[in-house]
Design a protein around this ligand. Sequence first.
Ligand code: LMR
Length: 366
Amino acid sequence: MPPFFFAIDRFYSTDYTDVPCTIDKMEYKSFTPLSLITGASMHPVKFLLILLALLFIIPPPLQAKPLTIKFSHVVAKDTPKGKAAEFFKQRIEERSAGRIHIKIYPDATLYGDRAALSALQLNDIQLAAPSFSKFIDHTPQLQLFDLPFLFRNTEHLHRVLDGKVGKKLLQQASIKGLHALGFWDNGFKQISANKPLITPEDAASLKFRIMSSKILEAQFRTIGADPQILSFSEVYSALQQGIVAGQENTLSNIYIKRFYLVQSDLTISNHGYLGYLLVTNDIFWQKLPDDLKQIVSEVSTETTNFARSIATQVNGDYLNKIEASGKINIHHLTPDQRAVWQKKMLSIYPDFYNLIGEELIKQSQK
Ligand code: LMR
């Protein structure tokens, strides 16, 4: 017996165990749990002291290890997606009381977007939020969002995302091992080159970097330009070395990736939309306990709203920074000038009725 227990045992053995028992004492002695195990009778105070001693000596049961989720994305922290990812991490860790830990790999430090989708399907990572165009092999219908001049404004966009079209696309994306969690905003795209782009003809025969999307390819071909698919991390050097002459992206991406330093002219065209689908994989999702599934789903919705609340402001702030740098000429299209681009680009819609679904496109236009 350890010395401490021995001392307790000695102390109480003179007090009670050797004296004749009252009925009460008999009951105490008979029913202490330790006496049931050891077969010996024991005074309740002695029993409590032993219990207390055990609490100090025996280490607490091991805490379950937190579930670590790897989240890979390609942009910097100070962008709508980077901020949304940090918000998501913070809320999930808070709400799960530490049962889930999220490790974010921003700036393509782990995977580029399309590689991230393959890694996700293999459960090498558990979260990604690629832009819609990157789902071309998985859910080509998501290219709907690449259609130029589809959304009149953010309010229209959100109505489509929250309505039947958005729900249908979430279902369509939850196949081939992926589970779609929600849409995150970035914003409207602007176009830049090494010359002013005021009319679509200004872009003719120029090479433009595009994301991997059939619609973006058609959008540039219809204005006589030459689209080139490049991954996001290759764009700056391709512009710098003149491999491509221009590009389209949101203001946050144009500023953070310093595209404005290697282009002479930026046109504020708001001609297309860039947003993201937050996805996890089925292997991970099916194993997640129901209460954690609920937390992840609820925080995904919270993060959709968070991204919406900051995206316009973040992109606006970057426009101010680009302007303040004085490094690039900025052109704001007049409504008439914009209408010319719109007319040209809308002509590609019918070519995608089969791929995306005519009904889905027409519903989104309402
Ligand atoms: C791009 O490739 O231009 C974008 O998808 C990058 C991003 O994720 O915002």
